[in-house]
Design a protein around this ligand. Structure first.
Ligand SMILES: [Zn+2]
Length: 266
């Protein structure tokens, strides 16, 4: 599949309407074509905006109030342990408006979009033969490569006590954010470590783990374990098919490494 063909079926791909072979071909193209990755991200963003803005503007105040009331009751019911909240979702229009208002009943159970995006990147890179732009097992070399390429300092942790080897790094994007992406491996497992400006990153409640001083958002998406957290001006994310304990151990290592470094400008 080339760029032109990809663009022609981009919408259908986003809607999950492509047949399997086309969908795989599209993913294959997206795995190496940054331009189309951009187009894909933009298109998805546009769809999200349309979904959330249109009903918001069209929602009469009375309807909005009714839904907010229903939500408050639903939340109350949830707190009392009653599994009745779906009863309030019977009217599709109401569901749309609630989504538009950004009230977190759905968000509580579904991982935030950024988490799905991180897993997609991880899967995409794990399919590439050579996902790293800088291939080196040296922390200094990889950290140095990022200097001048991203506008923040990249900490390159050492996971070797856990038998995890540094492979290298590359630049990536997450929506409009610039991302430093580090690759590690343990046997045939790829471990992805993302670092990016955390501005505006909202992690939903639920699915939190504490290790030492750190508080980490944990989720399992499409078979991959994900650990995400904010620390200083950056957010960090680990994605891997390793088990959660192993990944949290890595998260703790990053947490302590970042915490031990002087703050920028200090
Ligand atoms: Zn392309």
């Amino acid at each position: 599949m080339n760029c032109q063909e990809l663009r022609a079926c981009l919408g259908a791909h986003l809607d999950g309407e492509l047949e399997l072979s086309l969908s795989l071909a599209a993913d294959e193209h997206l795995a190496f074509c940054m331009a189309c990755q951009w187009a894909y991200a933009r298109e998805r963003e546009l769809r999200t905006l349309l979904r959330t803005r249109v009903p918001r503007e069209g929602a009469p105040a009375a309807l909005r109030e009714r839904i907010q009331g229903a939500l408050r009751r639903a939340e109350g019911a949830e707190r009392r342990g009653a599994a009745r909240r779906w009863a309030y979702w019977a009217v599709p229009a109401a569901a749309l408006v609630v989504l538009a208002l950004g009230l977190g009943v759905w968000q509580r159970s579904a991982p935030p979009p950024v988490v799905a995006e991180l897993v997609a990147k991880h899967v995409m890179y794990s399919r590439l033969d050579a996902p790293a732009e800088i291939v080196s097992a040296s922390q200094e070399t990889v950290a140095g490569w990022f200097k001048g390429r991203v506008r923040f300092d990249v900490a390159v942790p050492d996971f070797s006590p856990s038998g995890i080897r540094l492979v290298g790094g590359r630049l990536a994007e997450l929506s409009d954010r610039q991302v430093a992406y580090l690759l590690y491996e343990k046997g045939r497992n790829l471990i992805s470590l993302f670092a990016f400006p955390s501005q505006g990153l909202a992690l939903t409640s639920g699915g939190w783990a504490r290790v030492g001083d750190g508080r980490f958002y944990v989720a399992k998406v499409n078979g991959a374990e994900v650990v995400v957290w904010n620390q200083g001006p950056l957010a960090y994310a680990l994605v891997s098919s390793l088990d959660r304990e192993a990944l949290l151990e890595c998260a703790d290592t990053v947490w302590r490494l970042v915490g031990s470094r002087p703050l920028p400008g200090a």
